[in-house]
Design a protein around this ligand. Structure first.
Ligand code: UD2
Length: 280
């Protein structure tokens, strides 16, 4: 049998698949998963002005994200009353709202997600779901994101850096940070805005990242790309069992992305940082 894609890396050096269009058959995957009756928790934070992104996130998720499967969205927000109630959810899909504080720095809002996801897994999600995916809210689904992403520990290639050499990655390089990955080390640069897997695996990831964020804070360090740096450090030791191509976290500022990007599935919404961020 011919490999489906010759133009891209479709398997990691530790033999995890890298999911690109053409490397999987959606019909076969859907057929294999349908009878399992699994539930996929999906966490999304919409704090402060980022609440404005939630409506489109949910509407596009209903069109393209895990269609036909049980999905439990956990929306973390400081404004529970502003969570849209007019998005029609298909059977088997629902929303829970969890109130979180609004921190004064956007970096803090982003980093503290680790702590809140850890707690939510312990209190609720571990009893409710088989898989969990943790995603950014300032994003929209444009095409299928389905059962092909399921795996024990799943990470996504950052679209800005997927063709770069490891020494050009945005890793934290300072040895004093628990997120440090020195030059010459590293596999890929993964996005902070989309990771997931089996609930127990993701619990280990967020718990470790939270502990390392707190250890850094205690010595006055903040990693270069916040919790994303810690996720990358964790995944260097704990290799993902499945890697998603940048189709799954595209940034339209990169244009159509060249011939290897055949489908854009989930992409960042252009945002005016000055307007939406608490501190800029
Ligand atoms: C990247 C990552 C992001 C995070 C960040 C750390 C992607 C697509 N994004 O995005 O996950 O690792 O780098 O530097 O890989 N949020 C709020 N309210 C705020 C600020 C943030 O709810 O006021 C939440 C929201 O869910 C948002 C997420 O935190 O999507 C990350 O913030 P961002 O999208 O502004 O971070 P960005 O674009 O630098």
């Amino acid at each position: 049998m011919e490999p489906a894609r010759r133009d891209v890396l479709a398997v990691t050096p530790w033999l995890a698949p890298i999911v690109w269009t053409g490397t999987f058959d959606p019909t076969i995957i859907d057929g294999a998963v349908k009878h399992q009756n699994i539930t996929i928790a999906t966490t999304v934070f919409a704090v402060a002005k980022y609440i404005r992104f939630l409506q489109d996130f949910l509407e596009t998720a209903e069109k393209h994200y895990m269609v036909g499967l049980n999905v439990h969205f956990y929306i973390f927000t400081d404004q529970p009353n502003a969570v849209p109630t007019n998005v029609t959810m298909a059977a088997g899909r629902r929303v829970s709202v969890i109130k979180v504080p609004k921190f004064s720095r956007w970096q803090e809002i982003s980093m503290r997600r680790m702590e809140f996801i850890q707690k939510a897994i312990e209190v609720d999600i571990s009893h409710q779901a088989n898989y969990i995916f943790c995603v950014d809210v300032d994003m929209q689904f444009h095409s299928r994101v389905g059962a092909e992403i399921l795996g024990r520990l799943v990470a996504v290639l950052n679209p800005w850096l997927h063709k770069e050499n490891r020494d050009s990655f945005n890793y934290e390089r300072r040895a004093a940070s628990t997120a440090c990955i020195p030059l010459g080390k590293g596999d890929f640069y993964y996005a902070g805005g989309f990771f997931g897997g089996a609930v127990g695996e993701v619990h280990s990831l967020v718990k470790a990242c939270r502990a390392n964020l707190e250890a850094d804070r205690a010595v006055g360090m903040e990693a270069r790309c916040h919790e994303e740096s810690h996720v990358n450090r964790y995944l260097l030791t704990n290799k993902p069992t499945k890697v998603l191509s940048p189709e799954y976290i595209w940034d339209e500022e990169l244009g159509s992305g060249g011939p290897e990007i055949q489908v854009i599935r989930y992409a960042t919404v252009r945002k005016n940082m000055k307007e939406v961020r608490e501190n800029f």
